[in-house]
Write a protein that binds this ligand. Structure first.
Ligand code: BGC
Length: 389
């Protein structure tokens, strides 16, 4: 009798369990948020350059709905939409509506920068006994790869879809002596949008002659949608920075940030010290300096965290690069038309966090080397990870 009762009880318990599993399974299906979708990548035409090159725009979407749009022209990120605290998608980068604006006069909005991010003094450097002369496109200095840097070329694109992420592979062959740089440089940039709301950027380059390479990404972020970025809270994992001369060339020393406006080791608003009386802030017209990141030996690590109190959006920048140029948009002067609007971007409407080697390294033996040999592969990785709180 007892044995029969036990069996009955066991059968009842098993039935209950099965029912529970069934209920949880069906409720799981019912709870699946409508926004959950398969990651995907789409292509559309974005017009033709003035010299007749076709330009495409790729839209990458992840399973949570985060969206990034990238042009084959300059590898430019034209929009980057991330969920804010209210769960609504918000575009967090500056940009234009039209290709002609990017071609006409862009302060490098959203673009890939190469062969050399930032300045090379007087547009000159020597390598293995040969002096190379580059264009002087920023006063006497060379800036961001020249008059036709990687921000102005049309890249070859290949979309890649995987289970939980989508990528866009961009490739470009920069010919020997292009913009004055030695070596045929074959470059690959892989943009990957992950299901964790991260945009990963992998850079690869190979050369057939000794050359210098320093690639970066020049997105201008604004996490609030407001007219300037002064109320954003920034933290930089850097206890040193590079003071510059009046033409923004580093003096060659690494200065301690302690007790200076350049100390972002603890979070503070970008605006807190930006107007302080300081010769370096004067030289940069605000922040336009290279911070030397702590712990280069670790490789991939957090370089910067920036957030906005109202939107709740937080951006974390991770990189394996030794440094980061923090530029507070000081040269924006109200002349650049704002996308999706009749307005213009005001001074400090966006900030850039450009992961890179130090400016002017080809002329500074004290700085980490940017020389790439034919038998080497240049690699660099940066992640822009978005969360909200
Ligand atoms: C530089 C600025 C320059 C800006 C171009 C930044 O990376 O540090 O000095 O004006 O790019 O818009």
């Amino acid at each position: 009798m007892n044995a029969i009762m036990k069996n009955k009880n066991r059968t009842n318990q098993m039935m209950k369990k099965t029912l529970l599993i069934l209920i949880s399974f069906t409720s799981l299906i019912a709870c699946k948020t409508p926004e959950t979708q398969k990651a995907m990548i789409e292509k559309e035409s974005f017009g033709t350059t003035q010299d007749g090159r076709d330009v495409e725009r790729y839209t990458l979407v992840n399973s949570g709905g985060m969206r990034v749009q990238i042009l084959t022209y300059g590898g430019i990120i034209t929009s980057l939409e991330v969920p804010n605290r209210a769960g609504k998608l918000q575009d967090v980068v500056l940009g234009y509506d039209q290709l002609s604006d990017y071609e006409k006069s862009s302060p490098y909005f959203g673009a890939l920068i190469g062969r050399y991010g930032n300045r090379i003094a007087n547009g000159k450097f020597s390598l293995e006994g040969t002096e190379y002369t580059l264009v002087q496109n920023n006063g006497n200095n060379h800036l961001h790869g020249g008059t036709k840097g990687f921000d102005k070329v049309v890249w070859t694109a290949e979309p890649l879809e995987q289970e939980d992420k989508v990528s866009l592979k961009l490739t470009y062959l920069s010919k020997d002596m292009e913009e004055g740089y030695p070596g045929n440089l074959s470059v690959e940039v892989l943009y990957t949008l992950t299901s964790e709301n991260a945009l990963e950027i992998h850079y690869l380059a190979n050369t057939d002659k000794t050359t210098v390479v320093n690639l970066t990404q020049h997105s201008y972020f604004n996490l609030s949608g407001g007219k300037d970025i002064l109320d954003h809270i920034l933290q930089l994992n850097a206890s040193g920075y590079l003071p510059v001369d009046e033409t923004l060339i580093p003096t060659g020393i690494v200065a301690d940030v302690t007790n200076t406006p350049f100390d972002f080791t603890q979070p503070k608003t970008i605006g807190r010290d930006i107007e302080k009386e300081d010769v370096q802030l004067k030289n940069g017209l605000g922040y336009d300096h290279c911070w030397v990141l702590n712990h280069p030996e670790i490789g991939m690590r957090t370089a910067a965290i920036v957030s906005h109190p109202t939107s709740g959006i937080q951006l974390e920048v991770q990189t394996d690069e030794p440094a980061l140029q923090f530029y507070s948009g000081n040269f924006l002067d109200g002349s650049h038309p704002m996308k999706n609007s009749d307005g213009f971007y005001a001074k400090r409407a966006g900030f850039c966090l450009e992961t890179q080697h130090y400016p002017n390294s080809p002329n500074e033996e004290r700085f980490p080397s940017v020389v790439v040999q034919p038998e080497e592969t240049y690699t660099s990785k940066t992640i822009f990870k978005f969360t909200n709180k």
